[in-house]
Structures are given as structure tokens and as C-alpha cells.
Unconditional design. Structure first.
Length: 329
């Protein structure tokens, strides 16, 4: 045996065999601890539980909404802000969430020739902020945004009205212009619509209605740049139909004056001039030339003063001598 260990080759083979035996035993699968399946299920349960809780956490929801808003993902931000309000209406951040919700709709607005749904939704949500969270720090800005929304809606109706006018669809154009005057009276488009409505009715041959709106423009907006256009239109109407008379409409009423009343009486726009004895005059008598017209009224080319039914001239307004076919001022 001693001679065996002295032989170099035999010693080398024994060394290699020992190393292989020890190495296999060190990396044996039998000694590797198996993972616990119970621990894996516990980790999954904890993960699911955290996710559900985070979906209801107001701070987490608000952070998600703010992140979407800052990245201009306004559609996603709207969902998150609404989710916050649905769950935490009484939270201290609720007014802010309502403000940011409305602002997200507002930032989705495009040009006036596109879909106006974002404008309407923004206006609706800003009103919700004012009524749902009164006296909040965002109320002043909300009112400013509402006014901007109304201006955009008025511009859209005006754009569509002009489109119909140029296509000679005058009834559709008139409907749009009247909608602006009724729904958005404080906008610049409401003033412009009075002139456009007068021109539209002139194209339709309803000169009495055209005259109403031209007089409305001139009397109610004496300093506006369109006043001169209104006077030119009145002169053109007077040239075309000198004996046209104004309607006796109530203030703010936009019902067609040519419609027959329910009791079957004559339309209100027929001439109602009377003689000095109180008897109705004939048309030829009504057209007699006079030169005294009330201050602030249109003096017809026949000298007949036609006051505006929307803004009637006070009874104590003095009569002055005016050149027929001009505005007494």
C-alpha cells in the first residue's frame, strides 16, 4: 500500500476522485431547502389587499389625478377626479377636485368650429363648483371661466349662423342669431347678431322685422362701431319700403310679429296711426310728410317717427326737427 501512494499517477487519480465526490455532495439537491408555498400565497394576499385599499385612499386617488392632469391626459384625469368626488365628497380636497375636474374639461376645448361638448361640460362643472361648494377659493375663477365658455358658445352659434347666411339658408341663420341674443346677451356676438338678424330678415323680405333689429342695435348700443351699419340698413329699408311700420312687441319677446294671435286678430305689425279725432287714418294719410320727430328715434323719409318697441322713447322726450330718412339726435 505504501508503494501505491508513492506513484505519481495513482496519487493524481485519487485526488481527482475525492474532489468530484466532495463537490457532488456539496451541491446535492437533497440539501437545498424547498420554498414555502404558504409564504407565496401570503405575499399574494398582501399585494391584493394593498391594491384595493389604495383604490379608496383619497391621497392616492388625488396623486393619480394630478399626475394625469400634469401630463395633459385630461380624459384620464377627469375619471380620477370624479372617482375622488364620488368617494370623498366631504373631504377637504373636494372643492379642489371639483375645480380641477372642470378645468380638465376646459383644457380639452378646441376651436369654435369643432365639437362644443367640452365647453358645455366645463361650464356645467364650474357651475357645480359654485353651487356645490359655495364660497370656495375657486369661485371667482370659476365665474371667469363660465363667462369664457359662454363667449365660446356664442362664437360657435355666430360661426354657424354666418355659414347658413352665406349658403342663403336664412331661416336657419336667423334661428342661430336669435339664440345668441336670448342665451348670451352680454357677449359681443349678441350685439353683432342684431345687425346680422336685421340683414337676414331683409333677405327674407320681412322688412318690418329687419327694421326692428336695426333700431334695436342703434338705440341700445349708441357707441358701438356697428351703429353706422345699422343706420345704413335703416336707410336702405326706408328706401325700399317707406311706409313700413314698427311692431308693438313687448320687451324681450322674440315671437314672430307676423303670426296671427290666438283670438284671430290681425298681426301686431300693421300700421296703427290715428287721425287727430282718434279715428284710424288711411295709409295715404299716414304717409303725409311731417318734420317733427322725437329725439332718439328714426325719422322716416315721409317724416314719420318710428320708435323702437324694445326701448320705447320716454313720453317727455322733446320733438325736434329732423331731416327725413335720418336718426334724430
Amino acid at each position: 500500500m505504501p508503494h501505491v501512494f508513492r506513484h505519481p499517477v495513482t496519487l493524481f487519480i485519487l485526488s481527482v476522485t475525492s474532489c468530484l465526490t466532495l463537490g457532488c455532495s456539496m451541491f446535492s439537491d437533497n440539501k437545498t431547502p424547498a420554498p414555502s408555498t404558504d409564504a407565496g400565497r401570503t405575499d399574494a394576499q398582501i399585494f391584493v389587499g394593498d391594491t384595493i385599499e389604495m383604490n379608496y385612499d383619497p391621497n392616492v386617488i388625488m396623486k393619480r389625478a394630478e399626475s394625469f392632469h400634469e401630463k395633459e391626459g385630461y380624459a384620464e384625469a377627469i375619471v380620477e377626479y370624479q372617482h375622488f368626488l364620488d368617494l370623498h365628497r366631504n373631504h377637504i380636497l373636494a372643492p379642489y377636485a371639483q375645480y380641477r375636474l372642470a378645468l380638465s374639461h376646459f383644457k380639452m376645448i378646441q376651436t369654435i368650429d369643432r365639437d362644443m361638448t367640452p365647453v358645455k361640460k366645463a361650464q356645467e362643472e364650474f357651475w357645480e363648483l359654485i353651487h356645490g361648494f359655495p364660497a370656495s377659493q375657486y369661485e371667482a375663477e370659476a365665474r371667469v371661466k363660465i363667462k369664457e365658455c359662454q363667449g365660446l358658445l356664442a362664437k360657435n352659434h355666430f360661426f354657424v349662423g354666418k355659414f347658413y347666411y352665406h349658403r342663403e339658408q336664412y331661416l336657419a341663420a336667423a334661428k342661430r342669431f336669435e339664440k345668441i341674443i336670448i342665451g348670451y346677451p352680454s357677449t359681443e356676438e349678441a350685439i353683432e347678431s342684431k345687425l346680422e338678424l336685421a340683414k337676414t330678415y331683409q333677405q327674407l323680405g320681412a322688412l318690418d322685422w329687419a327694421r326692428d333689429w336695426a333700431v334695436e342695435l342703434v338705440q341700445q348700443h349708441p357707441r358701438h362701431q356697428l351703429r353706422g351699419d345699422g343706420l345704413k340698413l335703416l336707410a336702405a329699408i326706408e328706401e325700399e319700403k317707406p311706409n313700413v311700420m314698427m311692431a308693438s312687441r313687448s320687451r324681450g319677446s322674440l315671437q314672430p310679429r307676423g303670426s296671427v294671435a290666438q283670438n284671430g286678430s290681425r298681426p301686431a305689425f300693421f300700421p296703427r296711426t290715428t287721425a287727430s279725432n282718434g279715428a284710424p287714418r288711411r295709409a295715404s294719410q299716414a304717409a303725409s310728410t311731417v318734420t317733427d320727430c322725437q329725439l332718439g328715434s328714426w325719422c322716416g323719409k315721409t317724416g314719420t317717427a318710428l320708435s323702437n318697441a324694445f326701448a320705447p322713447t320716454p313720453r317727455n322726450t322733446p320733438s325736434v326737427t329732423c331731416r327725413p330718412g335720418t336718426w334724430c339726435q
